[in-house]
Design a protein around this ligand. Structure first.
Ligand SMILES: Nc1ncnc2c1ncn2[C@@H]1O[C@H](COP(=O)(O)OP(=O)(O)OP(=O)(O)O)[C@@H](O)[C@H]1O
Ligand SMILES: [Mg+2]
Length: 464
C-alpha cells in the first residue's frame, strides 16, 4: 500500500500539465522512498524509468540503459544495436521515442551511478535539453541517493544552472503516516520504533508485525546477518569514498555534539578545508545538522549534531557489540547487553525525534507561521541548554522541555525548569513561552499547576 507523498505528487502533476518540458531533481537518503514515489507517479503516464548501476563505468551504464529501454519498449532492434556514447543514446530517444504531441516522462534513478560520478552525462543532458527536450514537453526526472553528488554536481552544476524547475528533498513519512505502515499498534510502541526509524518506510517493513518492539530489535539489529546490522554499509559507507573518516566523525557525534574546532582536535586534523567538506557532505545527506550555540548568534561556535536516528542507534547501541554479533557469540544480545542500559539513550532519542519533528510541534502549538528558527540551543556561557527552542517573529521565544518517561511527568520538572530559566537571558524585548513535551503525558498536579503554557504528549505526534 502506497502511503502519503500527496504534496510531492501534486507538485509533479502540476508540472506535468504544463506545455513545455520540465526538469526535476529528486534526492534523499537511501530507503526513504524515492523510487517508490516515482513508480507511483509514473503509473498511467507514458514513460521510461531507468536505474543506474552502482560502481560501473560509462560503457556498462550505457549498455544497461539500452537493455532497460529495449525491455520496456519491447524493442528488439535496440537490443541488437551498439550505442557507444550518451550522445548516440539521446539522439535515438529524441528521434524515435519522444513525440511533441504526447507528454513523456523520462525518469533516471540512481543518477549518481549512471553519471559514474562525473559531469559528462550532465553536460550531454544540458545540450539535448536546450535543443530539443524542453520544447518537446519532455518531463525529465533525475533522482539520486548521494546527496552531495545531486546537490553539488547536478543542482549547482554550471550546465543545469537556471534550468531546474523543481527540487524535491524527500524526507521520512510523518508519524501519522507511519501508523499506517505498522497498523494496530499502541501509539507508545510506534513512538519507540520511531525514535530509531523516524519515518524511513523500508525500516518499518523489515519488522515482524507480531513481535514486540524488544524482540524485533533483538532479531533484526543484534544478529550476524540481520538487516540493521548490515544496513550501515548500504546507507553510509557506500556514500562516501573516505568512509573511515566519516565513520570516525559519526562515532564521535553519536556520543556528543561538537563544534568544528572540537571535532578537529578530537580527530587530530585541521579544522579547515577537508573537515569542513566532510561535515558539509554529512549535512547535505541529512545525517548531521548544525545548530546555534546561543539564541542570538547564528554561526559562531555552532555545534554539529548527528540527527539521523538510525545512525545514532547504530553507533551507540549496535557497534559496541559488533565483535560478538559478527562472531555469533551468544544469543539475545539485545536483552542481555542493551536493554539494561538503554533508557537514557531513549531519552536522548526522544529529544532528537522532537527536533526532527519540530514542524509538527509548531503546528500543534499553533506557531508554524510565526517561527523564524527552530532547534536546540546550547548556551555554554550561561551553562544552560534548551532541548528545543522556537524563535518567533511576534517577539516571543518558545522554550521546550522534553521528557521521556514511562509514567506521566510530575511537578518535579517545574523546579528543574525554573532553575534553567533563571540562568537564561532572553534577548531584549522578547517574552518567553514555556512548553513541556512529555512522552507519556503529565500527572494531574502538574496539569492543574498551569506552569507550562502548553503541554504536548507523545500521542499527539500521531494525530492527523
Ligand atoms: N510512500 C510509501 N508507502 C509505503 N511504502 C513505501 C513508501 N515509500 C517507500 N516504501 C517502502 O520502502 C521501501 C524503500 O523505498 P524505495 O526503494 O523507494 O527507497 P529509495 O529512496 O529509492 O532507496 P534507495 O536510495 O536505497 O534506492 C520500498 O520497498 C517500499 O516498500
Ligand atoms: Mg531507489
Amino acid at each position: 500500500m502506497f502511503i502519503g507523498r500527496q504534496h510531492e505528487t501534486s507538485l509533479l502533476e502540476e508540472l506535468f500539465n504544463k506545455k513545455d518540458g520540465k526538469l526535476i531533481v529528486i534526492y534523499g537518503r537511501r530507503r526513504i522512498g524515492k523510487s517508490e514515489l516515482m513508480h507511483h507517479y509514473l503509473q498511467n503516464k507514458t514513460h521510461l524509468y531507468i536505474d543506474g548501476l552502482e560502481g560501473e563505468h560509462t560503457p556498462k551504464q550505457i549498455e544497461n540503459f539500452i537493455n532497460q529501454i529495449s525491455h520496456q519498449l519491447k524493442n528488439q532492434f535496440l537490443k541488437n544495436t551498439k550505442f557507444k556514447t550518451w550522445f548516440e543514446v539521446f539522439q535515438y530517444l529524441t528521434e524515435h521515442i519522444f513525440n511533441e504531441n504526447k507528454k513523456f516522462v523520462l525518469a533516471l534513478d540512481e543518477f549518481q551511478w549512471m553519471a559514474a560520478g562525473q559531469s559528462k552525462l550532465i553536460n550531454q543532458i544540458k545540450s539535448f535539453w536546450d535543443t530539443y527536450w524542453k520544447k518537446s514537453g519532455v518531463q525529465l526526472i533525475l533522482c539520486g541517493s548521494i546527496a552531495h553528488f545531486m546537490v553539488k554536481k547536478v543542482i549547482h552544476s554550471k550546465a543545469l544552472y537556471g534550468r531546474i524547475d523543481l527540487e524535491i528533498l524527500l524526507e521520512g513519512l510523518t508519524p501519522n503516516e507511519v501508523t499506517k505502515l505498522i497498523p494496530n499498534k499502541d501509539p507508545q510502541e510506534i513512538l519507540r520504533y520511531s525514535l530509531i526509524f523516524n519515518g524511513v518506510p523500508k525500516y518499518y517493513e523489515v519488522l515482524d508485525k507480531n513481535l514486540s518492539f524488544e524482540k524485533n530489535l533483538n532479531k533484526h539489529c543484534f544478529s550476524k546477518n540481520s538487516f540493521f546490522f548490515t544496513e550501515i554499509k548500504k546507507i553510509f559507507y557506500s556514500q562516501f569514498k573516505e568512509h573511515s573518516t566519516y565513520k570516525k566523525i559519526a562515532q564521535l557525534l553519536a556520543q556528543k555534539n561538537y563544534t568544528l574546532e572540537e571535532l578537529a582536535k578530537k580527530l587530530k586534523i585541521s579544522s579547515g578545508g577537508s573537515l569542513k567538506s566532510y561535515l558539509e557532505n554529512l549535512e547535505l545527506s541529512g545525517f548531521v545538522k548544525s545548530y546555534r550555540n546561543t539564541i542570538t548568534q547564528s554561526k559562531k561556535g555552532q555545534k554539529y549534531k548527528l540527527v539521523d536516528p538510525f545512525l545514532k542507534f547504530y553507533y551507540s547501541q549496535i557497534l559496541p557489540h559488533e565483535n560478538i554479533i559478527s562472531n555469533n557469540i551468544g544469543s539475545d544480545i539485545y536483552f542481555r547487553l542493551v536493554k539494561p542500559q538503554i533508557n537514557p539513550w531513549m531519552g536522548l532519542a526522544f529529544e532528537n525525534f522532537c527536533i526532527l519533528n519540530s514542524r509538527k510541534i509548531a503546528i500543534l502549538l499553533g506557531i508554524e507561521n510565526l517561527t523564524t528558527y527552530s532547534g536546540p540551543v546550547f548556551s555554554p556561557t550561561e551553562g544552560v541548554q534548551f532541548d528545543l527552542v522556537f524563535i518567533r517573529n511576534d517577539k516571543t521565544i518558545t522554550l521546550c522541555e522534553i521528557k521521556y518517561h514511562s509514567s506521566p511527568v510530575s511537578t518535579i520538572v517545574v523546579k528543574e525548569f525554573s532553575e534553567k530559566l533563571k540562568k537564561f537571558k532572553a534577548p531584549k524585548g522578547f517574552s518567553i513561552e514555556k512548553v513541556l513535551i512529555a512522552s507519556n503525558g503529565v500527572d494531574k498536579n502538574l496539569s492543574e499547576l498551569c506552569f507550562f503554557e502548553q503541554i504536548i504528549t507523545g500521542n499527539d505526534f500521531f494525530k492527523n
